[in-house]
Design a protein around this ligand. Structure first.
Ligand code: ADP
Ligand code: ADP
Length: 224
């Protein structure tokens, strides 16, 4: 079955004068090894969808099913554990810890999980090499270019070998050429590791390179 499923998901925000319906009986399934682009205008609810799928937010109705496991009835602690181990996030801005090196940033999720430092460092270096920033491992985020920062953020997102990678405009802050190269490395990593990914993007060139494209319309997730 699918790695990630959204079934009948509803999500609304209550504003002072109105109710904003973002997701309304939304259904979606992400297959193993599949790379899906989420393409929709700003404000359509892409971040809300990714945060709900990634167990950062709870839906008002419906359920998120990860690898066959229903997440709706889980406690906050259980959801946090799943998020740390099974879900990787990448954002438009890298959110790397400024006082730590690239290597240490990628080691961090593994250390939180209780991995030995030597093993975490070895895996972190491998991932940085794979993302073609291995030579920058000892540098702090502020010493890296925007593209390099995003490569490190991607390496960090997959450090714990998650089931699903969720990315919210991972190259949205980069120029088109850098964006294409960073996406190429991301794509190779996803393919090589058999990861499943949902990637929000405004970039149609990148969306075209993925297996499938979906959009948000009237609160539903539909094929594009
Ligand atoms: P996108 O990622 O596609 O730009 P978002 O999911 O960030 O869309 O937001 C969808 C809509 O929901 C926007 O109109 C936004 O202003 C609103 N919204 C997002 N988060 C909240 C919140 N916590 N409270 C109220 N409204 C929100
Ligand atoms: P918004 O709906 O938020 O205005 P845009 O599509 O204008 O979104 O762009 C969002 C971000 O993505 C911007 O920082 C922009 O520079 C970047 N961007 C847009 N198109 C491309 C592209 N083809 N390649 C790389 N980055 C792009």
């Amino acid at each position: 079955g699918p790695i990630l499923q959204l079934t009948g998901v509803g999500r609304r925000y209550n504003e002072i004068d109105r109710e904003l319906v973002i997701l309304n009986d939304a259904n979606f399934a992400l297959g193993k090894g599949e790379m899906v682009a989420l393409v929709a205008p700003s404000g359509a609810g892409k971040s809300t969808l990714l945060h709900t799928a990634g167990l950062l937010e709870r839906p008002d109705s419906g359920d998120v099913i990860l690898s066959g496991r229903s997440c709706g009835t889980l406690s906050d602690e259980e959801r946090t554990a799943i998020r740390r181990n099974d879900i990787g996030f990448v954002y438009q801005f890298h959110h790397l810890l400024p006082e730590f090196s690239a290597l240490e940033n990628v080691m961090m999720p593994q250390m939180i999980r209780g991995m030995k430092p030597g093993i975490a460092a070895e895996r972190a270096q491998q991932l940085l090499d794979y993302m073609k920033v291995g030579a920058r491992a000892s540098h702090r985020p502020s010493e890296l270019s925007g593209g390099e920062q995003q490569r490190v953020a991607i390496a960090r997102a997959v450090a714990n070998a998650p089931l699903v990678l969720l990315a919210d405009e991972p190259t949205g802050n980069l120029d088109p050429v850098t964006s294409s190269y960073v996406f190429e490395a991301l794509e190779a990593l996803v393919r090589q590791s058999g990861l499943s990914a949902m990637i929000a993007t405004h970039n149609f060139d990148l969306a075209r390179r993925m297996d499938r494209r979906v959009t948000l319309k009237d609160g539903k997730i539909t094929d594009l």
